[in-house]
Design a binder for this molecule. Structure first.
Ligand SMILES: Nc1ncnc2c1ncn2[C@@H]1O[C@H](COP(=O)(O)OP(=O)(O)OP(=O)(O)O)[C@@H](O)[C@H]1O
Ligand SMILES: [Mg+2]
Length: 363
């Protein structure tokens, strides 16, 4: 497991105000946040890994990250190639799959979390597993049972809530979940187990649709599960802290890592009017974003008056692939030349998001 040392990876000491926010968040203890958008490729995994690294390495937080995406991108990102090869060459590696597997065998929750160290990132990790996708059917079937009050179904649906409970017992300050982009059964179980969700989004029309989908779908799930629990025979079997889970929206991060199509750079690629339309549409969308977020997710706001905008992540060019190949967070990528400037930007960006995240957590 990771050593819980404040390493000041970025060389910039954390401001006293941010430390006091962290101390407050720490006293709440073990809050669980997932990073979700049902649009793919918007930078969820990159944000989870780098925000968790900022909190672990610079704030000295004890963070557990769960890779809940069967694509295992986060696991590949943070583990070295050799370590990943060793682990996945084992016939039955312990992973997020080991958390669900006992349930599908009718054995209830597993007894111990399969936690590993995420090396250079400073946090602890439950690695992803392509076999998780095989459990989509189990979770979908048991969801039907849960909605009608079946204890087996409720227990299965809350499998990740049990992970969060166990992480709290292990004194984690934060539990983060990375997820794939679907609104399927695995992600339903993750979302229903969380205290908070953060939405990484691109500034485009599809992200507006995605937040509308999240708002309407999650609301229905919460209602259905509450009805199921109210009909259950033996709800005492599920801890009260789990039953009282009430997922809240903690904020959104905008990502601009897809540059606007290059129309501005290469006007000959497109007619001038197309270029102007695209730039105007981008402007309209970004101006309307706060209103749209409130409309779609307002009922999940942690606090009615809070500012959900956690920050903007600009395109960090070759720092992103470099960070992947070095298995280092962006704030500690090794390299000189253009990397010096990009790394500095990454340090400012992730410090800013971490501070805003803590602010919204303790609001
Ligand atoms: N700030 C950034 N600057 C440059 N590239 C970035 C940045 N953030 C993410 N990327 C790149 O964008 C791609 C998609 O990012 P990422 O995998 O984090 O998205 P995702 O939302 O998790 O995708 P999926 O829906 O498949 O899980 C990756 O190749 C990543 O390296
Ligand atoms: Mg991802």
């Amino acid at each position: 497991m990771a050593k819980n040392k404040r390493r000041i990876a970025s060389g910039i000491p954390v401001e006293p105000d941010a430390i006091s926010l962290f101390d407050k968040a720490k006293s709440i203890g073990g809050s669980a946040t997932c990073f979700f958008n049902n649009k793919g490729g918007v930078g969820k995994t990159t944000l989870v890994a780098n925000l968790a690294a900022e909190l672990a390495l610079n704030f000295g937080a004890k963070v557990l990250v769960v890779d809940g995406d069967p694509q295992c991108n986060l696991t590949q990102y943070v583990l070295g190639d050799e370590e990943a090869l060793d682990i996945y060459s084992e016939p039955d590696p312990t992973s997020v799959y080991s958390v669900i597997r006992p349930l599908s065998l009718g054995k209830g929750y597993g007894s111990k979390l399969p936690i590993r160290s995420a090396g250079n990132f400073g946090f602890d990790l439950i690695i992803g597993d392509p076999r998780l996708a095989l459990q989509e059917d189990l979770l979908a079937q048991d969801w039907r049972d849960a909605k009608s009050g079946g204890m087996r179904g409720i227990r299965t649906t809350y499998v990740f809530a049990d992970v969060v409970e166990k992480a709290k017992e292990l004194n984690y300050d934060f539990v983060f979940f990375d997820m794939g982009p679907s609104l399927g059964a695995i992600n339903r179980s993750i979302l229903l187990a969380m205290d908070y969700f953060v939405v990484p989004m691109a500034i485009d029309i599809f992200s507006s649709w995605a937040i509308r989908n999240i708002g309407s779908t999650v609301g229905v799930w919460q209602k259905e599960l509450r009805t199921g629990i109210s009909m259950a025979e033996d709800p005492k079997e599920i801890p009260a802290s789990t039953q009282s889970k009430n997922l809240k929206f903690l904020g959104y991060v905008t990502q601009q890592h897809k540059e606007r199509g290059g129309y501005e750079d290469n006007p000959e690629d497109s007619g001038e009017s197309t270029r102007r339309r695209i730039v105007q549409a981008y402007k309209d969308i970004s101006e309307n974003f706060p209103g749209q977020v409130k409309q779609s997710l307002g009922k999940f706001y942690k606090d009615p008056g809070f500012n959900p905008h956690l920050g903007d992540i600009r395109h960090l060019g070759s720092l992103a692939p470099k960070s992947q190949s070095q298995h280092e967070p962006m704030i500690s990528v090794r390299g000189t030349g253009s990397y010096t400037g990009l790394r500095k930007q990454a340090r400012e960006i992730y410090r800013g998001i971490a501070t805003r995240y803590l602010e919204n957590l303790v609001v």
